[in-house]
Design a protein around this ligand. Structure first.
Ligand code: ZN
Ligand code: ZN
Length: 269
């Protein structure tokens, strides 16, 4: 399996859409790994995780074609992860008459949110994802787990398994509540991609992780058998408000065995 981190940024990206924060300024000046588009990932070039406002730019920057994604799995309906209106371009006159469209998977808020998004939306096949209820998707075994993030909907993190390999995609979430920890106990992941939105600056909002919170979360995942010496742990969804450049994040997190994600990072496992 592999996972491509298509976008590694927070809600307003880095450099921030409107802000002139220090990290945004650094990114405008230096480019490279410090420029982060809104969070998204692709598994084995076939399964797209989240489909936010930067999807078009990610396709053109990374040489991707959205029609290669047979399934789009949504984690939750925050705008930076969820731009349902973009799917209008999967239909004629924007595409050929016989082109295929992806199957949309998400919680009830995701599925309902399509209703007024564009005229042809009812032609999209949509399927409900529920936390702790596994589904088979085209040879993959997908288990959504409950995130601690947007509490007025079933916010999901995703376990994706195939051929004995296992991935945890943990975006967005704060520190899991006990029901999720209990569900995770004893499962093992080859790769865990985990958000670290708040970087060096823990925020009052409990629905994201800072470095200070991420390190004990990873430690607990190791202690309950989810991660071992061979597992790869990689961050994503970094916000400019976390006040950390890519290099600073690496300096802080690498000693704890945590890699720092960036737009275009590919992890093979
Ligand atoms: Zn969110
Ligand atoms: Zn977020």
């Amino acid at each position: 399996m592999n996972i491509l981190i298509a976008g590694s940024g927070g809600a307003d990206g880095i450099p921030s859409f409107f802000s002139d924060s220090e990290v945004s300024r650094y990114a405008r000046e230096h480019g490279g790994k410090d420029v982060r588009s809104r969070a998204a990932a692709i598994v084995d070039s076939a399964i797209k995780i989240d489909f936010g406002p930067d999807t078009y730019a990610q396709c053109s920057n990374l040489g991707l074609k959205a029609s290669d994604w047979k399934h789009v799995l949504f984690t939750h309906s925050h705008f930076d992860h969820y731009a349902p209106g973009l799917f209008q371009y999967a239909f004629p006159p924007f595409t050929e008459e016989n082109s295929t469209t992806p199957i949309i998977w998400g919680n009830q808020a995701i599925l309902s949110g399509f209703s007024n998004a564009f005229e042809d939306q009812d032609k999209l096949e949509k399927r409900l994802l529920k936390s702790f209820a596994p589904v088979h998707i085209d040879g993959y075994f997908v288990t959504p787990i409950r995130a601690y993030h947007k509490l007025d909907e079933d916010s999901l993190n995703l376990i994706i398994e195939k051929d004995g390999k296992s991935l945890l995609y943990a975006v967005d979430t704060g520190v899991y509540q006990e029901e999720t920890w209990e569900f995770l106990a004893g499962r093992r992941f080859d790769v865990a991609v985990i958000e670290c939105a708040d970087g060096f600056l823990p925020a009052d909002y409990w629905g994201h992780l800072s470095c200070e919170e991420l390190v004990p979360v990873v430690e607990r995942l190791r202690n309950i058998g989810c991660l071992d010496g061979a597992s790869i742990v990689c961050t994503t969804h970094h916000a400019h408000t976390g006040m950390a450049t890519h290099a600073q994040l690496e300096e802080r997190l690498n000693p704890d065995g945590i890699e720092v994600g960036f737009d275009g990072k590919l992890i093979n496992f």
